[in-house]
Structures are given as C-alpha cells and as structure tokens.
Design a protein around this ligand. Structure first.
Ligand SMILES: Nc1ncnc2c1ncn2[C@@H]1O[C@H](COP(=O)(O)OP(=O)(O)OP(=O)(O)O)[C@@H](O)[C@H]1O
Length: 258
C-alpha cells in the first residue's frame, strides 16, 4: 500500500507558483479527489505529485521524496495518466497497454505471458477487447481515453494519479472505469488520486475531497463536508443541490438559478 503525503507544496511552470501551500495526506488504499473550477490548479497539482514539476515543500511517496526516486522506482510505484496525452497513433491498443508493463521487465527482456494476461484482463474490464488489435489513431475519443487508462492500470503501480479519467466517457463506461479502479483499491490496496469535474462521481468514489480555488486549498475533508451547495456557489458560481439517493449515495445536481 502506497501512502502519499504533501507538506506545504507549491508548484508551477514559471516563476510564480500556480498551486500554493498544499498539505494533504492520502492513506494507502485511499482515494483523494482533487476538485475545483477550471484553471484552479488541479492538473498542476497532479503533475507535481508525479514529480514532474519543480517547486517548494515536500511530496512523500511512502515516506520518500518523489524527486529522490529513480525513473524505474517511480514507474513501479506511481502510475500517472495525464489529461490529454500525445499518443503513438501507429501502435495497437494491446501494444500500447503493454508499455505499462515496461517497469516490471528485466533489462532488455520482452513482455511474457504474465504481462499479456494482465493486459488482456485490463482490456476486458475496460470493454476494449474487441479493439485490442486496432491502432490508436483509429479510435474514438472515449476509446482513446480508455486505452490511456488501460496502459496505466496495466502498470499495477501502488499509487495512481489520474487526471480527469472520465473525460469523454459515456455514463456506463465512466462508471465501469471507476468501479474497476475502486476494485483495485479494495483488493490490492491501490491508492488513488484523481481530478474530477463530475462532482457526483467524486462524492461517490473518493473518501477525501480537496477543493482547490485559484491555486489554494479552500476545503478538505469527506465528500459531504466539502461538497456543499454553499461551497459550489462560492467557488464554482454554480447553483446545485446535494441530494442523497435511495441507497445513500450523494448526488450533486445542478438546478436552475432563481
Ligand atoms: N504548461 C503551462 N505553462 C504555464 N502555465 C500553465 C501551464 N499549464 C497550465 N498553466 C496555468 O496554470 C493554471 C492552472 O492550470 P491547471 O491546468 O492546473 O488547472 P485545472 O484546475 O486542471 O483546470 P481545468 O479544470 O480547466 O483542467 C492556469 O492558469 C493555466 O493557464
């Protein structure tokens, strides 16, 4: 189980930090949803967690600073799926997902039957088996997004950093993906951090929600503590009800402003 801890993290691209003074802990097997309006700094924070940006403060993956991990150690511990990756369009879905197995191979070794079986299982669960031999350049937007996630899930890293994993997915595929991630979390103790615009999904899957606004943490706690109509009005300028569905799930429902 891989725990993640951020202590007063500031990070950005040029001189001024985009996110400032972020402190949060995610226990091994926990799920942190990073939410907030456009431009709040969610993707920037995820890139910082992945050790891809310079900055101040400490980012600890199982107690070790992320910047001290070697490339291979990082790839074994941490799987990062960016929001809009550039894909090698000529590769098939299977070959692309197999790249997720690279950190587990010995130097110069090729993927074996065990790696193929991990990939086959992930493709099946993401409803991609029928497209396994299709080149990435010939997939729809939602299929490409699922291929990106197939690669990162095939990596079987202890910590998943997923930037808007449900973007472009229809309701059924989005739900199946989140259920698969949740299963990895429950069965293997995988730790998850995801940015999510869909606040109902954030409320239903995460156990901790971090609300960013203008680069700063404005609320942090359980979904019910953070996702209140008042906070949504204040930080998103949105009018919404937070409802409880029949089985107790929270639902964030936009309503027409009066
Ligand atoms: N590569 C970059 N170089 C400089 N500034 C950037 C870069 N990427 C993002 N920014 C700026 O950093 C700020 C935060 O962007 P970020 O992508 O982290 O926001 P976000 O919360 O993920 O937004 P969205 O919900 O729109 O995806 C924005 O003002 C953005 O313009």
């Amino acid at each position: 189980m891989t725990a993640l801890r951020l202590e007063k993290v500031s990070a950005g691209y040029e001189r001024d930090p985009v996110v400032r003074d972020v402190s949060v802990s995610v226990r091994g097997g926990g799920w942190l949803a990073v939410v907030g309006p456009n431009g709040a700094g969610k993707s920037t924070l995820l890139k910082a967690m992945a050790g891809l940006l310079p900055g101040a403060g400490r980012i600890l993956v199982d107690g070790r600073p992320v910047h001290s991990l070697s490339r291979k150690e990082k790839a074994r511990q941490l799987g990062y799926a960016p929001q809009d990756p550039v894909l090698p369009d000529g590769l098939t879905v299977t070959d692309y997902a197999l790249l997720g197995r690279t950190p587990h191979l010995r130097p110069l070794a090729r993927e074996g039957a065990a790696d193929l079986s991990v990939v086959d299982e992930v493709l099946a669960r993401l409803d991609l088996s029928a497209l396994a031999g299709r080149r990435l350049g010939k997939l729809s937007g939602g299929e490409r997004q699922r291929a990106v996630l197939a690669r990162v899930l095939a990596q079987r890293a202890g910590l998943l950093l997923l930037d808007e994993p449900t973007t472009g997915l229809d309701l059924g595929h989005a739900q199946a993906l989140l259920e698969l991630i949740d299963r990895l979390r429950r069965e293997d103790g995988t730790t998850v951090v995801s940015t999510l615009h869909d606040l109902t999904f954030a409320a239903q899957y995460a156990d901790h929600v971090l609300l960013l606004s203008d680069g700063a943490v404005v609320a942090s706690g359980t979904p019910a503590e953070v996702l209140t109509p008042q906070a949504l009005q204040r930080h998103y300028g949105a009018t919404a009800d937070v409802l409880t569905a029949t089985r107790g799930d929270l639902v964030v429902a936009p309503v027409r402003p009066v």
